[in-house]
Write a protein that binds this ligand. Sequence first.
Ligand code: TYD
Length: 399
Amino acid sequence: MYHLHRTCRACGSDRLVPVFDLGVQPLSNDFRKAGEECAGFAPLKVLFCSRCSLAQLSVVVRPDILYSRYSYVTSTSQMMRDHFSALAADIFQESKPKSLLEIGSNTGNLLAYFQECGVSVYGVEPATNLADGCNAAGIPTGNFFFDTESATDIVKARGRFDLVIARHVFCHVDNWKDFVSGLVQIGHEDTLYCIEVPYVKDLLANLEFDTIYHEHLSYLNLGAMEWLLRDTPLQIHKVVPYPIHGGAIVIMLRHRDFDPIADYGPIVESITEESWSDFEHRCNRLILEFDSQLDSLRHQGKRIAGYGASAKSTVWINFLHLTRNEIAFITDTTPDKVGTLSPGSDIPILDEGALMVEKPDYAIMFAWNYQREIVAKERAFLAGGGKFIVPLPEFKIIG
Ligand code: TYD
């Protein structure tokens, strides 16, 4: 099901030091119906490269197990729509693309956005359920993984692209060298590449330990990216921060010939082993506070539910060994998740209407990255006396 990871995927060093351990966990998006067999469990441990500072998981779960039947769909929330328009505006300032390849195009929402702007689009999406949906909706999508081999086939069939976007997919990839060769093949000297990733500086500063799970093989820093791009024709052109998913950056890459004197600005990084041990101490404090709060509410006889069956929820639940006794159910807007069980704990996932039907005393906001939107949407729950427990970025109770 997985193999051990021994050398840094950015710089090749074998000096990888363990810095953070969440134990053995189920796969965070392995939502199954009752009676269906689960995919299994794997260690969730972070190793730190003492040469280039890249943090990376100690194991690599087979991608076909993680992605062929994928229940994660890009949110259609207002926050995500705002993000797409901000990203598109920044891209159009940089380039006037006629063609776009999106790697990991998921439900095709971003491709549809660019299609409406008159750009010719193509998606690559390994999850068959998602790729089929896109093709049916008129968004041409190939159902395979992106690598040098598939890049060669795409170029033969469709030529090279002016713009390549990969949102939250780069850190899911094990073989970065092969992926970057694919990027080089698929573009030309004027191509703009936009790689959107969660930024490890935000993860460390905001204690986002729940974004550490098997799909996220690496927690990227720019120093590691520079190491990776050495000896390739690509280089970092610009880095743009966005407030999506608890803090993400888009790393814009360009061909070295396009921009010989690229300077991507004043970002200062000093990520060390100590940054990770400090993170661990602060996480432990947060987790203890959360756990004792839950314990005390349960002893007061309060009924507690979860809000948002995010991958993050699976990490919290399994790290704290929570069960249906602590969390009665979790609501979620994703049709494929409704009617399934939370991985590892078998807490049932109900549709979002369940909140107002069941009226729990408290709902833990596991989709805390959409806090503002959720609070606005669930005014009736709050008005009826319901309260939200928000675990991150600051532990608090709303209501
Ligand atoms: P998300 O934060 O996008 O990512 P991840 O799974 O990587 O942690 O997941 C949010 C989940 O929360 C997703 O399953 C949809 C759900 N959700 C709701 O149920 N209601 C909402 O209002 C929002 C914004 C999300």
